[in-house]
Design a protein around this ligand. Sequence first.
Ligand code: SF4
Length: 366
Amino acid sequence: MLKVAHTICPSCSVGCGVNLIIKDQEAVGTYPYKRHPINEGKNCKKGRDSYQILNENRLRDPLLKKGGLEQVSWEDALETTVSQLKSHKNHEIGIIASGNCTNEEYETLKKFAATLGVENIGYNAKNIPAFNFETATLDDVENSDFILIIGDVLKENPLLGRRVILAKEGGAEIITADFPDKTLTGINSDEYMQIESISAFLDNINRKVLETPEQSSTVIISGLSGEEFENVLKFFQDSHAKLLPVMEECNSRGAMNILPALNENELKDLLKKVKLLYVVGDDPASYMEESLKNIEFLITQNFFINETVLMSDVVLPGSCWAEKSGSFTNTTGETQKFNQIMLPPENARDDVTILMELAEKMGLEL
Ligand code: SF4
C-alpha cells in the first residue's frame, strides 16, 4: 500500500518540507509538499533523493567486536557499554555527535553527560564557530534590495539560492564572491568578486552599499570556516546588513544551541584526553583516524555503516530521521518538528530510547 507523509528534508540546513512516498514500509520516492513556507513545493535533487538515505548501508542489529564485529542481542550490547562506561573515570570518557541528530537527541546526550559527570562532550562543528545573534530569515533574503553572497549557495543550498533569484527578479542588486578554485552556479549576479584572501576581499567591499539605511541588505556566508568565518562576521556585524551564515548539516544550528561546538583542534584535543569515546551520528575515522588510535574503547550509535562503525568495539543501531519523531533547527534558526513515518529496520531503535535505556542501566536519572 502506498502512503505519502510529510517530513523535513535532512539533506542540507535550509529545512525544506518534503513528502516521502512509502510502499510496504519501504521509502520509494518523494513528492513535493506544496504548502511548506520554506520551499513552496520545490525540492532540489538532493532533497528529492533524500528517501535513499533510508535504504542505504543500514545497521540493523547491535554489534560487538569479538575479533571481527558480530551480531549480538541488545542486552549484550548495552551491558558491555554500561560496564565499559562504569569502568572508566569521568574524565576518561568523551562524547561527540554530528550536526545530523535531532534536538531531542542533543538534549538527552547533554543530560546523560551532565548526570554522569562527563565534561568532554560536543558536536563536530565543521570549524564553524558558535554564534548567537538573530540571523536573516529566508523572507529577509527574498525581500532584500542588496545581497552579497560568499560561496556557492545555489549549488549547495538550492532552495536558499531560489530566494536570491526571486529577490533579483524583484529588482535586488546581487554581488557574488567565491575563491578562484570554486565555480559559481546559476545566479546571474550584477558583480562577481574573486576572493584571493579574505582580508583583501574585505578591503575591497564597498561598505557604503551595506550601510545605506534605506536599503535592506543581506550577507549570506557559505563555505567559510574558522578564522575566515570569524573575520567576515566581525566585519559585517556592525553594518546595517542582516547576516545569514549557512550551516553544513541539517541540524548544526540546533546542535550549536545545545552542545559545545568543537572545531578540528578541539576535537583532536578531546580525542587525546579520553580513553573511551561514544560517537553519535558522526564519523571521526573518516577525518581524523590517527587521533582515534589512543582510544581504548569505541562505541558508535548510528543508523548506517561508516568507517567509525567498522572500527568500533560496540555498535548501537539507531534510526534514520523518518523513523523517529523530533525536530531540526534550520540555518535561519527556525525549529521544525517532524513525526515518525515508518519503523526502523529489524532491530534498530529510536536514538533517544537507546540513550534512556543506557541511562537506566547505569542507574542515572535523566
Ligand atoms: S535545499 Fe536543502 S533542504 Fe531544500 S530540498 Fe534541497 S537539500 Fe533539501
